[in-house]
Design a protein around this ligand. Structure first.
Ligand SMILES: *Cc1c(COP(=O)(O)O)cnc(C)c1O
Length: 397
């Protein structure tokens, strides 16, 4: 039995009628650039996330770049940030998060992660801002870019509190977390992407809501950001023959919007299935001493957050991770290491970033994480097979 990370063919077959009808409608109307599906998707995503505005983009990466560029224009009146402007983010993420900061002209200031959630640690953000580190000017920090890694929401109540205290903007990288929620107060649970100044989503095919190619979106409640981003997305002006800003051609494709509208109807069902699979994994793997489960075990009874399990990522302490991966592979089970390299260790960020203290937890995470297959349409047999193979690898304790 081969267990892939994801089975996009199965997902297509599961919603084939809706998707085929959406594509047929586009073929019929032939409005390929900013056709009616784009505005319709923007409206539905804004309603779903709970924001005033949503703007489609050509990818999640472009969503991040556009949101940051618009913030540079709004807050500084300049096209780009300056290299001395610092944006706090995590080194344990996909390259695009940090790359977007560079492309907006600013410098990433990396802060270590929380070893339990693998997300940026709010106490380390505070530490970076307290002015005690002579390696950088804390007063030059302009914003925070938290990443809801693996679909697990960051501690957004804490992050927003710090941002307010230091007057910083917050752009959420929601690429892996469509539908995930954070409990801001006892009575206020909010979807990620509706909490900071802007939320950036990716509809890359393997994401929880994925198109049939590249696509993305930005959500915001800020009217000025909405107007600026709508200009930047199509060449930089309200009138494309008379532009105001250094813009892009970064529009969301009509055909992708049509497909995404059809898939959006199923996203809650698929996210629930991911959570159910995560629960089966957690129950099956709970007793293995050599495996650290991805989240505190009370997740399923607590109202604290709503993790959408883009990945089910376990921690394998010691040096057993790679041999467990090889053992699973022999049994036909795929698994992945997200991410094997930290951003500040990459050539591109080498002399273009700053780090706030040691990145010890992030460094440990790259050595121990392993993401297991989590196709929402898997049946229980697939999950049992993975659990049994993992158990076989670890001697009984
Ligand atoms: C996928 C991803 C992106 C980039 O999205 P694309 O649509 O591939 O450009 C950015 N950040 C994170 C955390 C991602 O997982």
């Amino acid at each position: 039995m081969h267990i892939p990370m994801l089975d996009l063919k199965a997902e297509y077959n599961y919603m084939k009628d809706d998707i085929d009808a959406a594509i047929a409608r586009c073929l019929e109307h032939q409005q390929w650039i900013l056709g009616p599906e784009v505005a319709a998707l923007e409206k539905e995503v804004a309603t779903y996330i709970g924001t005033k505005h949503c703007m489609g983009t050509s990818s999640g990466t472009d969503a991040l770049v556009l949101a940051l560029r618009a913030l540079a224009i709004k807050t500084k009146g300049e096209q780009y940030f300056e290299r001395s402007d610092l944006i706090i983010t995590t080194p344990f993420t996909f390259t695009a998060t940090g790359d977007a900061i560079l492309r907006a002209g600013a410098t990433p200031l990396f802060v270590d992660i929380d070893p339990l959630t693998y997300n940026i640690d709010p106490s380390k953000i505070k530490k970076a801002l307290d002015g005690s580190n002579p390696a950088f000017h804390a007063s030059r920090v302009v914003g925070i870019l938290p990443v809801h890694l693996y679909g697990q929401p960051c501690q957004m109540d804490e992050i927003m509190k710090v941002a307010r205290e230091y007057d910083l903007f917050v752009v959420e990288d929601c690429a892996q977390a469509f539908g995930s929620k954070w409990q801001m107060t006892k009575v206020d649970a909010r979807k990620v992407g509706s909490i900071g100044d802007a939320g950036c989503f990716s509809f890359f095919p393997s994401k929880n809501l994925g198109g049939f190619g590249d696509a993305g979106a930005i959500t915001t409640n800020d009217d000025e950001l909405n107007i600026l981003i709508r200009m930047l997305v199509k060449h930089g002006g309200k009138d494309k023959y008379n532009v105001d800003h250094i813009g892009y051609n970064a529009r969301l494709d009509t055909l992708q919007a049509g497909i995404l509208l059809a898939k959006l109807k199923h996203v809650d069902d698929l996210n629930d299935r991911r959570r159910r699979i995560a629960q089966l994994y957690a129950e099956g793997l709970r007793d293995i001493e050599g495996i650290a489960l991805p989240i505190p075990t009370n997740l399923f009874s607590s109202a604290d957050d709503y993790h959408v399990f883009h990945q089910f990522t376990v921690g394998i302490p010691g040096d057993k991770r790679d041999s467990l991966q090889a053992h699973l592979k022999k049994a036909g089970i795929d698994s992945m290491v997200y991410y094997p390299f930290l951003l500040h260790n990459m050539k591109i960020f080498g002399n273009r970033c700053l780090v706030s203290g040691e990145m010890r937890q992030a460094e440990e995470a790259t050595d121990r994480v392993l993401s297991l297959p989590i196709e929402p349409l898997f049946n229980e047999d697939c999950i049992s097979h993975v659990v049994n193979c993992a158990k076989e690898y670890f001697p009984r304790t």
